[in-house]
Design a protein around this ligand. Structure first.
Ligand code: GLA
Length: 734
């Protein structure tokens, strides 16, 4: 495949081409791009732009795809290219283009004619279809790539662009993909957010014109808007029925998704890196590879779409997606910047006492000339603070070892405080305008990762930690600032900065993973300010939000669950929220469990409960991490919310249920129908994670058929005295 290190500027012109054998046909050709359940069908004629004639559930007989377009009588498309597979601009287009360029001679027009296509198998149900397009008037070529994961019905689509003009061609827009959908109406579920308010959903019917979802923040790029969305066809989205498309730009920087409802009621989705302030000057023979646009389609509702995406993510994307995870105790909220070696020694003992696998030392451990005692100093100076940690990290690792736990550490290696030695030493490594006043975000600035020297610095920071004799076993990688005053003293072309920054970040992560393929790392960005599937290739988990109030988390985790499996969602029990520790723990257990509380401050019963909860979690964690997830009761529309996980043989499952309503009499009045079980099997239900001394209201001696549990359901008996209930569902073998 592509040279991993140079995403944009690879000179492997022949490499992609030689891997395929091409067919070039004079007549109209049908190109079906099929997965197990779905198909995208292109129709192409030599020299004309390929058209999308179908997007949806696969037809059993491929021959019928050619009959589809004749069935539409929607009106006149004067341009003849509304349904282009990749819309060029400046020739005939009347709608938002996917690509727009200025040629070497200053001409702004582009036309793209079909040359050839080929599909090759990459193994294990994965294939790639490549469609080559060329401008008849210029030596300018665009290749469309469709990577299909057949069993999961997931498609990754991207574009490669190159030319042989005499001078550079400026790319003004360079979408990854250009989808063309047909339905009676389209409902968009989009997300907005801010610090501690991630994944706030909004669902609305798309109207004529363009709706744009985007980010221009540079780093922490998804703070206001994540790069995920869904489109439901004909009706608002439903959990177990209806056609729905999930989309995501796999890009940890500025992204842009245009949703255009054209005059003939077709929906165009044009998605990719944001071209805002990012014209790209492409040299002759250089290849420009766009980020990937990821999508999955289901005609069985959101639940099916999520489970497919989760399976894809675990099998192909997330680092160690089918592997193990470490439960942990973090010190951020119990100490903030204020700790000593003695205090940490105590926390290491507490980690063991609690029974989790790892202690995670958060912010505040570094900086000497400018000690990191608050968030206004020290970032960039990654040496242990000698006052707080006279024995250094090595002694903490040894101490952790002596307690039988592992040790992890927080880093924010892309950033710098003006109060730091790094800032004084390398002002040229920092993104800021040479002739304007600095503008800080959380008292810090962003390092210029487009500069290979800065990439080396970031790599060496991580490498330095991991290659020590007594090295940490885990990293929380944070990224708290956005880019203001975008300017790089390294780049000659400033409009490359936003793209090159992200590529620089990936270069560093590639190097880290080449040397340390398995060490777990948490992706954090002041909470969930940067979560996407390009980054998750390098991370084992992400931090969904600094907001750990369990009631808020039920909603935040619910929305993330549409796009990400529970194994990557780090959920911690903290002091946020006034709820009982049982409620907090039950909420955190529905993902990857962790703690950020002062264990020494727990009363005896809360401590006993927490110790038992960790053991309980160990007995169900494989279901949560590797099982199929079913959303049962939506917290936005019910007083009680519920979610379950079942294994693929339907022999074992776990259900989490929570009271989210706070009015008088709010309780689980009706049984909750379960999902993902075998109707023929018989099950026993037992309540787990009970608080010491409390009795379950659920009869663990009763047996139920899978049919009963899925048609009628089970009542967890949630009420104001039992605000959260975890049920284990186990097959009874006769
Ligand atoms: C960010 C993270 C927090 C914590 C602090 C430390 O806000 O989201 O979890 O690590 O930084 O400064």
């Amino acid at each position: 495949m592509m040279n991993k290190i140079s995403y944009f500027r690879c000179f492997l012109i022949g490499t992609m081409l030689s891997a395929f054998s091409f067919s070039s046909l004079a007549q109209s050709v049908i190109i079906p791009i099929e997965s197990k359940s779905n198909a995208i069908v292109l129709q192409a004629k030599q020299g004309s732009i390929p058209k999308v004639v179908y997007f949806g559930t696969r037809l059993p007989n491929k021959d019928e795809y050619s009959k589809i377009s004749a069935q539409y009588r929607q009106g006149t498309d004067y341009s003849g290219i509304f349904n282009a597979a990749y819309t060029p601009s400046g020739s005939r287009n009347l709608i938002e283009p996917a690509i727009s360029v200025t040629h070497a001679d200053g001409n702004n027009s582009l036309d793209l004619g079909y040359v050839s296509h080929e599909t090759r198998t990459l193994g294990n149900g994965v294939s790639e279809t490549l469609v080559i397009l060329k401008d008849p008037a210029y030596p300018f070529q665009v290749s469309l790539h469709y990577k299909v994961y057949a069993n999961e019905d997931v498609v990754e689509q991207w574009t490669t662009i190159r030319h042989q003009e005499k001078k550079p061609v400026v790319l003004h827009k360079y979408a990854s993909a250009n989808l063309f959908l047909k339905a009676n109406s389209y409902w968009l579920r989009q997300y907005h957010g801010d610090w501690a308010k991630e994944m706030q959903p909004e669902e609305s019917k798309l109207t004529y014109g363009i709706k744009t979802l985007d980010s221009k923040l540079g780093t922490r790029a998804h703070l206001y808007q994540p790069p995920v969305f869904m489109i439901s066809f004909d009706n608002p989205s439903m959990e177990d029925q209806g056609s729905v498309l999930y989309g995501q730009v796999e890009w940890s920087g500025n992204f842009r998704v245009d949703l255009e409802l054209d005059p003939l009621n077709n929906l165009h989705i044009t998605a990719g890196a944001n071209n805002h302030a990012s014209d790209y000057s492409l040299k002759p023979k250089e290849e420009f590879k766009t980020p990937v646009f990821l999508y999955t389609f289901s005609d069985k509702g959101k639940g099916d779409a999520s489970r497919k995406l989760h399976r894809w993510a675990r099998n192909y994307r997330i680092l160690e997606g089918n592997g193990e995870r470490l439960t942990l105790l973090n010190n951020w909220e119990s100490t903030f910047f204020n700790f000593t070696e003695t205090k940490l020694a105590q926390l290491l003992k507490d980690t063991r006492k609690l029974g989790v696998d790892l202690f995670l030392l958060d912010d505040g451990w570094f900086g000497n000339k400018f000690p990191r005692n608050s968030d206004n100093a020290g970032l960039g100076d990654w040496q242990e603070n000698r006052q707080k940690l006279p024995g250094g990290i090595a002694s903490l690792v040894k101490e952790a070892d002596a307690n039988g736990v592992k040790f992890g550490i927080w880093l924010e290696p892309e950033m710098v405080n003006p109060k730091s030695e790094l800032y004084l030493k390398h002002p040229d490594w920092i993104i800021k305008q040479p002739n304007r006043e600095e503008y800080l975000y959380r008292n810090q600035l962003v390092l210029d990762l487009s500069n290979p020297k800065v990439q080396d610095f970031v790599f060496n920071t991580v490498d330095g930690l991991f290659s020590m004799k007594n090295s940490p076993a885990y990293i929380k990688w944070d990224c708290n600032a956005v880019i203001y005053n975008a300017y790089s003293s390294h780049l000659s072309n400033q409009s490359h900065l936003y793209l090159d920054y992200v590529q620089g970040l990936y270069n560093v992560l590639e190097r880290i993973r080449a040397k340390y393929p398995k060490i777990p790392m948490m992706l954090c960005s002041g909470g969930g300010g940067r979560v996407d599937y390009a980054a998750l290739k390098y991370f084992t988990e992400f931090w969904p939000s600094d907001n750990t109030d369990p009631l808020e988390r039920i909603f935040i985790q619910w929305e993330y669950s549409h796009f990400y499996p529970a194994i990557v969602s780090a959920n911690h029990v903290t002091d946020w929220g006034k709820q009982a520790i049982k409620f907090k723990t039950d909420v955190a257990m529905s993902g990857k469990l962790g703690y950020d509380i002062d264990i020494a401050h727990l009363n005896e019963k809360d401590l006993q409960f927490s110790q038992e909860a960790v053991q309980t979690y160990n007995s169900i964690k494989h279901l949560v991490w590797h099982g199929d997830q079913y959303r049962l009761l939506d917290p936005w529309t019910n007083d009680v919310s519920a979610m379950m996980y079942s294994n693929d043989t339907g022999t074992s499952a776990v259900m989490f249920s929570y009271l989210v309503g706070n009015r008088y009499g709010d309780e689980s009045k009706s049984p909750i129908p379960l999902k993902g079980l075998d109707p023929q099997k018989n099950y026993r239900i037992s309540e787990i994670n009970l608080y010491p001394g409390s009795k379950s209201a659920v009869d663990s001696n009763a047996t139920y058929s899978g049919s009963f549990l899925m048609k009628v359901g089970i009542n967890p008996v949630i009420n104001s005295g039992r605000k959260s209930v975890v049920l284990q569902i186990t097959e009874i073998k006769n």
